[in-house]
Write a protein that binds this ligand. Structure first.
Ligand code: UDP
Length: 330
């Protein structure tokens, strides 16, 4: 890959997408330092990383000044990925102030490190920067329709501010940057307690519980399998492009939450009932990425169809929940 410095820092590397990214880079022979405060990370995700050659874990919160264990290695770090932030609405809303600061102060701390190291900086931004979009599908030029006073704002506005900081560092020549806008992503190693729709519905189906649709189920999302997402990350980070534009990465196959629930029932053969619960405030009505830029710049497009990805994820959750049951029974 032609990197001058071999070490990659991944903030949030113990999380769902982060742990997949760590494994991918370790598998390619890179040395990885993972910094994570373990706020939402599944312990087993860290478990499958620890002890691998080239892997170092530092438990720390990026809102605080970065620890010596990281700053002492600034001279070796050639890539900085910032994935650190809870991404599930019920989880990022537990401590909204901390969510906002993670994105603003935390991102700035990592940008400063990238500047000092001369490292390329990667921000994991989000389709949430488009808010409840009036434009469909969402292109990167669309500036979004976000409520800055609502319960989702700590995340949406936090990520928008993180993008602003990142592009300011690029504009002023302080860091070379890449910004990805992640659309809904799912796959093995999500936390069963994550609270998002794919993990909720699959776990409900496996346990024979009611499957919860919020609202009437007509709202849409477009779900990307995690290996496709991580492939987009690496392609964007390593692309020799002018990084001053964000890039959408997501699967453009859009479906309603009713269709997703029906698919989960079909696929799992569950006897669960589908029940309807109140729609959360400011829940976006529709979401689908326009991925023309990712195709043109990175030659990237998703490969894993929803049914295949859901099947893989279902098997993983079934095993994970079975393991938890066995531990409880012991
Ligand atoms: N949702 C649902 N049932 C659930 C969890 C979520 O119907 O058990 C809905 C939620 O209201 C939203 C969509 O599924 O319309 C996606 O929600 P998620 O929290 O997964 O992601 P985000 O809203 O951040 O896109």
């Amino acid at each position: 890959m032609g990197r001058s410095k071999p070490v990659t820092l991944i903030a949030g590397g113990a999380g769902f997408i982060g742990s997949h990214l760590c494994l991918r880079l370790l598998g390619e022979g890179h040395e990885v330092i993972c910094i994570d405060n373990l706020q939402t990370a599944l312990p087993s995700n860290l478990g499958r990383l620890k002890g691998r050659p080239g892997f170092t874990f530092v438990e720390a919160d990026i809102v605080q000044p970065l620890p010596e264990a990281v700053t002492a290695r600034a001279g070796e770090i050639g890539r900085v990925y910032n994935l650190a932030c809870p991404a599930s609405p019920p989880l990022y809303q537990i401590d909204p102030e901390h969510t906002m600061l993670t994105n603003v102060v935390g991102t700035n701390n990592l940008l400063r490190l990238a500047e000092k190291s001369g490292a390329r900086f990667f921000l994991a931004s989000t389709s949430e920067v488009y808010g409840d979009p009036e434009v469909h599908p969402q292109q990167e030029e669309y500036r979004g329709w976000v409520n800055c006073t609502g319960p989702r704002a700590c995340y949406d506005e936090g990520k928008r501010a993180a993008e602003t900081l990142t592009f300011d560092y690029a504009r002023t020549g302080r860091a070379e940057v890449r910004v990805i806008r992640i659309f809904n992503t799912y796959g093995p190693h999500m936390s069963p307690d994550d609270g998002r729709v794919v993990s909720n519905m699959l776990c409900q189906a496996i346990q024979g519980d009611d499957i919860t649709i919020y609202g009437d189920g007509t709202q849409t999302r477009s779900f990307c399998y995690v290996s496709d997402m991580v492939d987009g990350f690496v392609r964007l980070m390593e692309a020799e492009i002018d990084g001053t534009e964000p890039v959408n990465i997501g699967n453009p196959v859009e479906l309603s939450m009713q269709e997703l629930a029906d698919e989960v029932v079909r696929l799992t053969g569950a006897r669960s009932r589908i029940v309807y619960r109140p729609l959360p405030i400011d829940d976006p009505r529709r979401r689908r990425p326009d991925i023309a830029r990712a195709k043109a710049l990175l030659d990237w497009e998703p490969r894993v169809p929803l049914r295949e990805g859901l099947t893989q994820t279902y098997h993983w959750f079934a095993e994970e929940l079975g393991r938890a049951e066995r531990v409880k029974a012991a």
